[in-house]
Each structure stands twice: as C-alpha cells, then as structure tokens.
Write a protein that binds this ligand. Structure first.
Ligand code: HEM
Length: 718
C-alpha cells in the first residue's frame, strides 16, 4: 500500500498533486488515464475513437473541477411553457431561474482568480507587446483558415461576451526602454467594472453586457431596445437594405444587434444571417399564412440561432482544429456517436454520447448555473488572425480554371473598420466581399503576429461611435487579463490539470522565442502572461490554436449547447415548428447557407470543401463517417504512359458512391479525358507532364472532390 501511494505520487506531476488530492477516487483514476497520455504527448496520435474517449474523460474532469459560479442566484421561477421563445435579454432560459444567462449577469470562472501576486505592470504590458507580440512580418494560416473564418469568430464573440466598463480611466505610459518601438507613447482606457458578489471566496466579479446564450444576439440585440432597432415588425423580418447589406442610421452606424468594433467582414456576416432569418420567415409564412409578425420573428430567431450554432460546431470548429478526432468529436456533440442518419430517423433517444447534446430531454449544467467565463474570453483573444491588408478580388474577370479571381486592390485593414469600413463595403457589395474574404488566408495565432494597426486603434463605444483616445490593443489585452485576475500561463495550465512548464524549452523549440521570453520574463516561467503562452505554445498538427486554449473550448463548446433549453428540452417541432426544425436539420455548413442565398457562388469560386478554408485550396474528404473515411482512390496506368492511355481505377471500400469521375486539372496538353460512370472501375484519361488528376464523387448526397494522390505523383515522374 505504501509502495502504491509513493509510486502514485511520483507518477503525478508534483504541482498537480494538491488539485488531484481533492478529487474523488473515481475521478482520480480518470485523471491518471489522461495524465499518463499527457506525459507521453499521445492523445492526439491515438486512433480516432480512443482520442475521442480521452477528450470525453477530460471534459468530464473539467465539468467537475473547472466551473465556478460567480454571484448569487437571485432569479425567480417562471412558466417555461409560456416563454417558449428566446427573450430579448436572455432571460427565462434556465429552467427555474429566470436571470441565469441574461444580459448584465456575472462572468463565471473556470478556475479561481490568480493567486500569483504579480503586479499589473509586471512586466510592463507595452514591453510584452513590443518584444513578443508586435507583428514583424505577416505569418499566415496557410490554406486552413480564411478571412470568413476570422470574421466568423468575431461574429460569435459579439454574440456571447463583452465586459462592462467602469467610468474611471487608466493611463498606461510606455516604459523608457521601448518608447521608440511603440506607436503610442501612452494610452487611456476605461477600467473593467468590478462588482461585489457578496460571496466570501470570489469577492468581486465582472458583468457581461451581452447575453452569453447562443441566441444570435449579434443579430437581434441584447435587450428590448436593441431588438426594436433591428426589427421591421412586418412578417417577422429584420431590417436589411436594398443592396442586401445592413441598413445604417443617420450617423452611418449599421443597424444590427451589435455594432461595437465592427469591420466590413463582420457586418457582412451579420447581413448574410439577416438574409437567412428573413428567408426563414418567408418559408414559415408560406406554410402558415396565418402566423403573426411576433410569432414569425420568434420562430425565425430560434431557427437562425440554431443554424449559427450548428455551423460553428460542425463546420467552423473542425476547420480550426483540423484533425479526425475533433471532426468526430464535434459531430458527436451535435449528432452523437450513432450519427446523423440515425438521429434523423429515430430522434435523440439515447442520451448525450450516442445521440448528441442537441435534443437532450433536459438541459444539463453539471450543478453550476450557465455563464461564459473570464478564462473563455482570454483564450479567445485572437486578434493576430487579422491581417494588415484586405485583399479585394475582381470577380468580374473570371479565371475559369483555378477559381481564384485576380487581385483588384489591397486595402489597409484600418480602412475597413467602423464607419469607413461600412462605406467601403457598400461600394464593394456583398458578393465581391464574400468571394474576396474566401480567397484570403488569415493570420496565425503566433508570437510576433499581432497586427501593427491595432497598436494604434480607435476603439468604439457600445453604440459604435469612435472613442477619442486610440489604444494599443496588444498591450491592453495583456493588462486586461491581469486586471481581471485571470491566471497566468503556468497557473492556468495547472488549474486545467495539464502538465505545467518548468523551463522555456518546455513551451517551444524555437530558440529565438526562448531568448525573447527570457529577455522579458527572466527565468521565471510563472510570470509568463497567458496570452503570450498561448501564442508561443507548440501546436498540435492541424490545430490553429494552442492545446491549452482548446481545453477551455472543449468544456464550453459543449456547455453552450447542453445548458440551453432551446437546444435541449425545447429543440422540437412545437417550439421551432416542423419546417423550422427541418431547416436546421438540413443545414450542415456555412456553404449550405451561402448556396441558399448565392446559388452560383460556390460553383463559380469555391474549389475547397468548406467555406472556412481558402477557397482555391484542394478539397478534403469529409471523413467523419467511417465508410467515407475509408475511401481511397488509387490509379495505375494501363498501357502507354504518355498521351492517351487506359487507367485502372481501384476504389477500396467503396460505399454509397454514386459516381466517380476522373477530371483533368491544370494545363494539360493531351486531348483525352475520361468520364467513367457508376460503378467505376476503369477510366480512360489523358496524361501529360503537366497533368494533375483529381476525382469527383457523389458522397452522402453532395458532390465532393479531391486530388488523386497516386495519379498526381505518378504523372510528375514522367
Ligand atoms: C477588425 C476587427 C476587430 C476589432 C477592431 C476589434 C477590437 C476590439 C476592441 C477595441 C476590444 C476591447 C478591448 C478592451 O477594451 O478590452 C476587443 C475585445 C475583444 N476582441 Fe476584438 N476586435 C476585432 C476582431 C476580433 C477577432 C477576429 C477576435 C477573435 C476571436 C476578437 C476577439 C476579442 C475578444 C475575445 C475580446 C475581449 C472581449 C471582452 O473583454 O469581453 N476580436 N476587440
């Protein structure tokens, strides 16, 4: 027994032992499993289902040990049946407390406020910004993530969170050593408002001015006044201008649910989803001509919010975390392990793992009332996604083969922000803007990639008006996390049950980074700011963000669905209407939404499979379903290798493939091309040195494309 105890304590990282000591026996056992895999850096290399099991265990532990409610429960019971819709200020969603998750409630926490005791200026935020964050040259995200993906996450942030500010201002002055390297020598901003919680363990907290539910408040506003501003009060619809973009008031501020710190790409997504909302209204009206404006609005809001949540869950997130395990994990969240077809046929009958979180019989908050958290806001500080210039494409001049329209203009990003950005957008128009965003990669979440123009940014008031004093956003973000008591990187990792670092080399292999960290923080790894650590951390292959940030997502992405009664108890045809529910169930991706409103756009301009990848990149297989995952197209030449020739096409584990077509691609000089049809085993194709071959197939009801690796490499050998 003594041996057991001492070997178990030496197995657990010493800094994690105090946390583990508080766990139940069962949870300690689960912790051992994930800790073992963490030490070997193994979980993301495991086969998909084992990887998903690891994430399931981790999520369970975070649900038990990483949720703290801030503030008291002061709401009252209400009649769930009477309030069957999403209210303007987020009230009446929790089954028996009308205030949980409403506008103006406390941010929760995933861990206690920092106990590190470092000062607000230790080290100076502008030193951190200049030496570790400021962009040296633009580091992009490759083909994985485009500007639609970048705008999408801002669109979501503005649905979920914003801290209430105090009326008192703070001024930060540049430290002497870096004064010349800072665009602003000093800057002023409002403190975050701290409010007493009347609780002994967390004495003060901050308030969320947006509704934290996934309720589309970015379109519909966060209170009654916001809601009234955006509605037409006719047929349930929202206001939209004749050119399909947002309407503007006399000051040039867009009329939308949220207008703060907006830029053209963000307001374009708002406009796209206003169109979606209005299309839902049209559809419902066609089926139920007698429904009044109010009911149409309420049903359409439910449907549109669910479409947004679904796109985020099974489309955006899987692009952000592009691994098979996450693809499966996110689909399990929505559809469950048994998959979409089973859920469509039999409904959500088997509980969260087999049938997904959406449609659960009751909302689940694991004993802690729903809110979004301080730590959640901090890990979403991803301004380095933003580039320096917006690349506008010329969609009138067609580039038939490569689908990438030529560049028309490179516009400095600061000209795309606020009112000026709105003017630019109305000249550009929705279609050109969307296609341009689709073709531009966004920035990588990495050190030395914080947009320079944001270090001298005119921020907005809540009503979208410019503030008089520009801010250095990079320095401000460092300050904000410290001001709000968010744990620094190493404390954060410990609290999240992950192995902390003991030296800079544990964080990164890059010598240059280690040197810069040492220059700013000395050898004290405890001082490392969360934002810097998240940007410096070695990334898992396919992940656009750090693993540490991901663990917060893992917990909260599920919570946003499972704690919300409109995604659980009330995700049904009585609340959404039969047609509304069908609308949600048949919309899978942002591409589906784009196809609905711009039927030709994807065909003309999108080569990739999802709207969040760079549009002229190669498509990837939708490998979320087992049999589709197993699809392999291998081709071998039969006959002459030059010019016309016969190719034997071999498809392994073919299932549900209606048609397979080999397509020529690139500048081919041979005349022949093959279009073999069902069930295809042989194809006749032309081949020459410049030929790249691709396949196209009907899979699961939609057309997919992909490169044919074996053929491509073969051809390049000629
Ligand atoms: C042109 C685009 C953008 C502009 C002008 C902008 C500007 C700002 C400003 C001024 C703040 C408030 C700073 C403060 O006083 O604390 C802020 C907060 C924030 N932004 Fe952005 N932002 C943009 C895009 C993005 C994107 C793409 C993300 C990606 C996730 C993002 C995430 C956040 C987060 C998480 C906060 C903290 C919110 C809070 O304190 O509650 N923003 N942004």
């Amino acid at each position: 027994m003594a041996f057991c105890l001492s070997s178990s304590t030496s197995f657990i990282h010493p800094q994690l032992q105090p946390i583990v000591a508080k766990m139940t026996l069962f949870d300690t056992f689960l912790f051992y499993v994930i800790h073992f895999l963490d030490k070997l850096e193994l979980w993301y290399r495991l086969p998909v289902l084992l990887g998903a099991a690891y994430l399931g265990i981790r999520r369970h532990l975070h649900q038990r040990y990483n949720q703290l409610h801030v503030g008291k429960m002061v709401g009252k019971e209400y009649d769930n049946g009477e309030i069957w819709y999403r209210t303007p200020d987020g009230k009446c969603n929790h089954p028996n407390d009308d205030l949980i998750g409403s506008q103006g409630t406390f941010f929760g926490r995933n861990m206690p406020p920092s106990t590190s005791g470092f000062g607000l200026l230790e080290p100076h935020p502008m030193v951190v910004a200049s030496k570790l964050l400021a962009r040296k040259r633009f580091i992009d995200n490759g083909k994985q993530f485009n500007m639609i993906a970048c705008s999408w996450i801002q669109f979501m942030i503005h649905d979920w969170v914003d801290h209430l500010e105090d009326t008192e201002q703070v001024e930060i002055r540049a430290a002497e050593e870096i004064g010349s390297g800072c665009p602003l020598k000093s800057f002023k901003f409002f403190k975050t408002k701290k409010v007493s919680t009347s609780l002994p363990h967390i004495k003060t907290g901050c308030l969320n001015t947006r509704t934290p539910w996934w309720d589309g408040s970015v379109l519909y506003g966060n209170d009654n006044e916001g809601m009234r501003r955006v509605r037409t009060f006719k047929d349930g619809k929202l206001k939209i201008s004749g050119d399909m973009l947002l309407e503007h008031d006399e000051q040039g501020i867009p009329i939308s649910g949220d207008v703060r710190n907006c830029w053209a790409g963000f307001s374009l997504l708002q406009a796209l989803f206003v169109k979606e909302h209005n299309a839902v209204c049209d559809m419902l009206k066609a089926h139920h001509p007698d429904i009044d404006d109010e009911k149409l609005y309420r049903h359409a809001r439910l449907v549109t919010s669910a479409v947004i949540a679904k796109v985020h869950t099974i489309d955006w997130t899987v692009e952000l975390l592009k691994t098979d395990t996450l693809l499966v994990g996110m689909r399990i969240n929505w559809y469950g392990l048994l998959g979409k077809r089973f859920k469509d046929m039999f409904g959500p009958i088997f509980g969260p793992i087999l049938s997904g979180l959406v449609g659960l019989k009751k909302p689940r908050d694991h004993g802690i009332p729903y809110s979004l958290t301080e730590e959640f806001v901090s890990v979403y500080r991803m301004h380095s996604l933003l580039p320096d210039k917006f690349i506008l494409r010329d969609i009138k001049s067609r580039a038939p083969e490569d689908k990438c329209p030529p560049i028309l203009e490179e516009i400095p990003m600061e000209e795309m922000v606020g009112k000026e950005g709105e003017k630019r957008l109305s000249k550009i128009g929705m279609e050109q803007m969307l296609v341009s965003m689709g073709h531009q990669t966004c920035g990588a979440v990495a050190l030395w990639n914080y947009p320079s123009w944001m270090r001298n940014l005119v921020a907005h008031d809540a009503n979208g008006e410019d503030r008089p004093d520009p801010v250095d956003m990079a320095a401000l973000e460092i300050y904000r996390d410290r001001e709000r008591g968010v744990a620094r990187y190493n404390e954060f990792r410990r609290n999240l049950l992950t192995v902390p670092i003991t030296k800079w080399e544990d964080l990164t292999d890059e010598e240059e980074v280690v040197e810069a960290l040492r220059e700013v923080y000395g050898d004290d790894v405890e001082k490392l700011d969360l934002l810097v650590g998240l940007h410096a951390e070695k990334k898992i292959k396919g992940f656009a963000i750090s693993e540490t940030a991901f663990y917060i997502f893992l917990l909260i992405a599920s919570r946003r669905l499972e704690a919300d009664r409109f995604f659980t108890t009330d995700f049904n045809s009585e609340t959404y209407t039969e047609e509304g529910l069908k609308w949600v169930n048949t919309t899978e991706t942002l591409k589906d939404v784009i196809d609905r409103h711009f039927p030709d756009m994807a065909r003309k301009w999108m080569r990739c499979s999802g709207a969040f990848s760079v549009w002229d990149s190669m498509p990837t297989l939708p490998n979320y379903e087992k049999e589709e995952q197993a699809l392999k197209v291998v081709a071998k030449p039969k006959g002459p290798r030059r010019g016309k020739g016969k190719w034997k096409i071999h498809i392994t584990k073919q299932t549900r493939i209606k048609q397979l077509t080999l397509m020529r691609h690139g500048g081919c000089s041979c005349a022949a091309s093959g279009v073999p049809v069902l069930p295809m085993r042989r194809g006749r194709v032309g081949c020459g040195a410049a030929v790249r071959l691709r396949w196209r197939a009907r899979i699961g009801g939609s057309t997919q494309e992909g490169p044919c690796a074996a053929l491509s490499s073969f051809c390049s050998n000629f």
